[in-house]
Design a protein around this ligand. Structure first.
Ligand code: C5P
Length: 229
């Protein structure tokens, strides 16, 4: 994937409320192309916040739907109505759930539907995570989803199995001496790009930095260095 790196960096708006989210958006400006809205912010602020952020940026709604097929399909339909650019479900819901979600997403051709494989915070052995992530990626691909959330460690094998166009979105990004926190399968921005990750999700290393914009620019510089090297 060769889009400019700022269109491949997704900043997780894991903040408490609307004002915190808008403050971060304004601090980061156009240095990043995407914001990810997850459970904390969506539960607090709901669709209105999604619409505000969508005005200037692409939005990945990260709610990891995991329920019976009918319920998930209906939730995908509701999320599609919000006009988000990317949405996820959890592949742990199985092939029927993934197929129902993919069918519902067909009404929203501009929205990419992807599946979480194995959380980057899961403490299972890396080899087991790699096997399970690949198995779930194949399931998502067969069900007609556009890609998966996985760790950088699994991205290359998933691309090999499911094709270059099957998107890999990778959280668990850390660099320098940053605190790993609850993440387990981590990698730095350069390794992520080199492993074929299409989108890098970064939360705390940017949003909790004393200067979020500098932290974002630092990540972008590491991503860009991989193509100029
Ligand atoms: O702060 P940090 O960079 O660890 O944030 C990672 C973000 O990516 C969080 O919002 C988390 O919910 C999300 N995420 C993840 N692992 C997944 C899917 C989503 O860490 N498999």
């Amino acid at each position: 994937m060769s889009a400019d790196m700022q269109d491949r960096l997704m900043v997780a708006l894991d903040v408490a409320d609307h004002s915190g989210a808008l403050a971060l958006r304004d601090a980061l400006g156009d240095s990043v192309g995407w914001f990810k809205i997850g459970l904390r912010l969506f539960v607090a602020e709901g669709p209105a916040l999604v619409r505000s952020i969508s005005e200037q940026h692409k939005v990945f709604l990260d709610l990891k739907f995991h329920d019976i097929p009918n319920t998930v399909a209906q939730a995908v339909d509701s999320a599609g109505g919000l006009g988000v650019d990317m949405l996820n479900v959890h592949a742990g819901g199985g092939p029927d759930m993934l197929a129902a979600a993919a069918r519902a997403a067909r009404d929203f051709p501009d929205m990419k539907l992807i599946a979480v494989t194995v959380l980057t915070s899961d403490s299972m052995p890396k080899e087991r995570a790699a096997e399970l992530a690949l198995e779930r990626a194949r399931m998502a691909c067969d069900a007609g989803l556009a890609g998966v959330v996985c760790s950088v460690w699994e991205a290359a094998a998933i691309k090999q199995a499911c094709g270059e166009d099957f998107m890999t979105v990778t959280p668990g990004i850390r660099w320098g001496d940053q605190d790993v926190q609850d993440q387990k399968r981590i990698a730095d921005p350069a390794s992520a790009v080199q492993s074929g990750s299409d989108y890098l999700v970064v939360g705390r290393p940017i949003i909790q930095a004393s200067d979020p914009k500098s932290a974002a620019l630092e990540a972008l510089a590491m991503m860009r260095a991989t193509i100029s090297a």
